[in-house]
Write a protein that binds this ligand. Structure first.
Ligand code: ZN
Ligand code: ZN
Length: 430
């Protein structure tokens, strides 16, 4: 038997199929997975993965690609290149572009551009309200037909309770998921970082944790009544995790995701006025960080997603109070999350599930597994290899990372998209 590509001798982990063993995996000429086990035959191309982990291509369900509208910060091509450099082969992009993803034409344009670039699957998330202004609902059904996989006003909360109720009711009748950036603006307006001892110390206006918790509590009540699929983006607080846990125990269809920075860092990161540690929701206290880790451990938090938010230097270099919110994350998601495995919080398989089959299941994506016949989107990484993050060497146009100059352990060596090598030896093959 001759096959197109053989990946031999790696530790193959496919959480969806409960596979975790050292074996071979081979790919046919169509770019599909043809077998897992012990291969005996000829291969046109061979990758030796000894000592490395071979897993489904990662999925990042929360990314800001900035195209259309702010291509100097990032575009679909640079974002796709950054994605595969980080081992991500499918990503969902948020609607706060210009124009917003609030009509079908923009959805089609983004999907088409993603295909043209051809490195990473790009799945748009449609706006819940027109212009993201929180007032009038978009044509969600039309957006869904055009290719949107979920709905959100991320960048902004769906702040109006009546509009949120209508959105959840409408979405519920079609089975759409509504993703909330949970922030009560009347509590957080003008704030730059978490409200607490650090904000006091620095004399910077803070955003109280109640801004996040109160909106999650409100939304759970509305989701309960609408019997809706409600998902909280980038959960960051102890209270928020407890609310989601209770809603799930009650049987509600409520889910959430955590961003690596919220389980790896605390508000102390902004001491010294570090603008690259400013994001919304902000880095919070050690108790919040531990609660997010516990939520990941006990399954309350099903997904790890980056909230990759590239900005131009001009939007960041203006002091903590006026700097833009957000950090880049695609290229550091895996090594930062591997810390959960090294600390014994999650098994390698459970950690990888949160960036493969779990988001695929939530969004009904045809990705995130190594099942026979599936498109061979595959990530190969060395879990023990250390590297120092240099913002200037990031593939993303955004250089705003809090990990600049820090050593991370875990490095993607090869990324395959539908059986084709799109990243290897530190280079993107576009
Ligand atoms: Zn957000
Ligand atoms: Zn976001």
């Amino acid at each position: 038997m001759t096959i197109a590509l053989l990946i031999s001798g790696g530790r193959v982990i496919d959480p969806a199929n409960a596979i975790d063993e050292i074996c071979d995996i081979w790919i046919d000429a169509n770019g599909s997975i043809a077998g897992i086990g012990s291969f005996d035959g000829e291969a046109d191309q061979h990758i030796d993965a000894s000592g490395q982990i071979v897993c489904p291509g990662l999925i990042d369900m929360h990314v800001h690609l900035r195209e259309p509208g702010q291509e100097w910060k990032e575009d679909i091509e640079s974002g796709s290149r950054a994605a595969v450099a980080g081992g991500v082969t499918s990503m969902c992009c948020m609607p706060n572009t210009g124009p917003h993803i609030d009509h079908a034409g923009v959805v089609r344009q983004i999907i088409e551009r993603g295909h043209q670039v051809g490195l990473c699957n790009v799945h748009p998330i449609g706006a819940v309200t027109k212009n993201l202004d929180g007032k009038e609902l978009t044509e969600m059904r039309e957006l869904s037909r055009a290719g949107c996989v979920a709905f959100s006003d991320d960048g902004m909360p769906i702040w109006h309770a009546g509009v949120m109720r209508k959105a959840l009711e409408y979405a519920s009748s079609f089975g759409f998921m509504v993703i909330q950036h949970a922030e009560e603006l009347n509590l957080t307006r003008g704030g730059a970082i978490n409200e607490g001892w650090v904000s006091t110390q620095l004399g910077v206006t803070g955003m109280p944790v109640e801004g996040e918790d109160s909106m999650i509590a409100r939304d759970i009540m509305l989701a309960r009544r609408a019997d809706a699929r409600y998902h909280v983006a980038h959960i960051s607080s102890q209270g928020g995790v407890a609310l989601i846990r209770a809603a799930q125990a009650e049987g509600l269809n409520v889910t959430t995701e955590a961003a690596p920075h919220h389980f790896a860092l605390t508000e102390e990161e902004v001491l010294g006025f570090n603008v690259d540690a400013k994001m919304s929701p902000p880095l919070r206290t050690e108790a919040d960080r531990l609660a997010v880790m516990e939520g990941l451990r006990d399954g309350t938090i099903a997904v790890i997603a980056t909230d990759h938010a590239p900005h131009h230097e001009d939007d960041k270099r203006c002091g903590l109070s006026c700097a833009a919110f957000g950090i880049v994350g695609l290229e550091t998601m895996l090594p930062v999350s591997l810390e959960l495995v090294r600390n014994g919080i999650l098994s390698m398989s459970d950690m990888l599930a949160k960036m493969t089959c779990n988001p695929a299941r939530l969004l009904d994506l045809d990705a995130g597994t190594l099942s026979l016949g599936a498109a061979a989107d595959i990530t190969i990484f060395n879990p023990d290899s250390s590297w120092v993050v240099d913002r200037n060497k990031l593939v993303s146009k955004g250089k705003n990372t809090p990990w600049h100059g820090k050593e991370l352990t875990g490095q993607v060596t090869t990324t395959l998209k539908a059986g084709r090598v799109v990243f290897a030896e530190g280079c993107v093959h576009g």
